[in-house]
Design a protein around this ligand. Structure first.
Ligand code: COA
Length: 395
């Protein structure tokens, strides 16, 4: 009995590779027990609030901060999309596909530029992804796309291409803080995907397209939107306690709380909360921020009351939603904006995997049948079975 239980636990952990160390990295360290995230040697709190996104990408890719503006200028020159990408995005907008699907479709067109080296492809990708999201978003909403501006930084240009207005210094700092905060986070599913593809010797564009596909899944890229919906639904802090109690008692999860790795407060939540507070304060209206803060503390108290010992704390999604909403982004743009940032980490991991120079090729343990005979399997009472009658099998 005990053996069967242990076997089941082993298989479920193995299916998710829980606790398996599959790579060595210099890029980020996640300590879920202590609530620490280190990115390229810097505590996330320090890096996120100070670096530009280009500096963070340079740091991750080349191991040091840039000494000149050459990297930033080079990225700025690579922002325009090839005509083929615009045609595809226009077709995607007519079909009203999800923005992450449009991003996945158009990211592959970076190959049309013909860059051969990893470094050139990496720069083309990082520069083009914000353009893809902004162009698609505008087409989807019946507006003309806006040409990128090379005189603006990566984050400022992204907001500019989305809205058509040059953003304030505060808005740019808010977005850069977000992009730096979520750029890398250990061996998460999309990063692992990028590393597996890079390990086969395939190109960087393929690695990033695969990673976008992995990030799109609701179990990974998540849905920061619902965390904010909960705050909006509430409307006032007075209603929070009874509303949240009802939700927990009905067996619902409170969005923006709990994490598979962090058993204390996700350090990214604090960085994003501080950035959101700065932005809302400068905007002169702290009402939504104060409400979110109140909802957060009531939620944590109630989760401890209803789920004692589970250590359910605020996760990154809660303040992502608040910060990106404060920047004027609609919730459908939250996950694509996450991808715009995480691409910096994916590429750094792909570079690292190239240096490891070994294909990632784990093994599976066969638990299927071994004693089938062809004649038995294809014979039924009336003769050979048809394809439609056959059991589906996974290919
Ligand atoms: C993130 C998440 C999937 C982690 O899941 P996990 O590590 O598998 O956590 P578990 O499912 O083991 O949770 C342990 C217990 O806490 C409960 N729980 C976990 N997160 C909860 C939440 N946000 N609200 C209410 N209860 C929660 C579970 O129902 C479970 O209860 P039980 O022991 O009575 O069955 C989960 O916390 C969750 O769904 N959170 C809400 C969605 C969210 O914010 N996602 C973004 C993550 S960055």
């Amino acid at each position: 009995m005990l053996t069967a239980l242990m076997q089941a636990l082993y298989v479920s952990a193995m299916n998710g590779l829980d606790g398996v160390i599959a790579a060595e990295t210099n890029l980020s360290m996640v300590d879920g027990e202590r609530g620490e995230l280190v990115i390229a040697g810097f505590a996330v709190e320090e890096l996120a609030a100070n670096a530009t996104f280009e500096e963070t990408a340079h740091l991750l890719w080349y191991g040091a901060l840039p000494e000149t503006s050459a990297f930033r200028d080079d990225l700025a020159r690579r922002r325009s999309l090839p005509p083929g990408a615009l045609d595809l995005l226009a077709a995607a907008a007519r079909a009203k596909v999800d923005t992450m699907d449009a991003l996945r479709i158009a990211a592959g067109t970076v190959s049309l530029r013909g860059a051969k080296s990893d470094d050139e492809q990496a720069r083309d990708l990082l520069a083009a992804l914000p353009t893809v999201v902004a162009v698609y978003w505008r087409l989807l909403n019946g507006r003309d796309p806006i040409e990128p501006r090379a005189d603006l930084g990566h984050a400022a240009n992204y907001l500019y291409m989305l809205t058509g207005a040059v953003p304030s210094v505060e808005a740019v700092r808010g977005l850069e803080t977000y992009l730096n905060t979520v750029v890398d986070h250990g061996l998460n599913a999309s990063t692992f995907t990028a590393r597996v593809i890079a390990s086969t010797g395939s190109d960087l564009v393929s690695a990033i397209v695969g990673a976008i596909g992995a990030l799109k899944g609701p179990l990974h890229g998540g849905a920061p939107g619902p965390a904010l919906d909960m705050v909006f639904e509430l409307g006032s802090a007075e209603r929070a306690e009874s509303y949240l109690r009802k939700k927990i008692e009905a067996g619902e999860k409170l969005m923006g709380f709990g994490h598979r790795v962090y058993k204390v407060r996700d350090p990214r939540a604090d960085v994003l909360a501080a950035a959101a507070e700065r932005m809302f304060r400068r905007g002169g209206d702290l009402a939504l921020y104060d409400l979110a803060r109140a909802v957060e503390w009531i939620s944590i108290r109630l989760l401890e009351e209803y789920k004692p010992g589970r250590r359910l704390q605020t996760n990154v999604e809660f303040y992502t939603a608040l910060l990106l909403h404060g920047l004027g982004l609609e919730s459908a743009l939250f996950t694509p904006t996450f991808a715009v940032s995480r691409a910096g980490g994916w590429i750094a991991h792909a570079f690292e995997q190239r240096r490891a120079d070994r294909i990632i090729r784990p093994q599976s343990r066969y638990v299927g049948a071994r004693d089938r005979r062809w004649a038995d399997a294809t014979r039924t009472a009336s003769g050979r079975i048809t394809e439609a009658e056959a059991e589906p099998c996974s290919r």
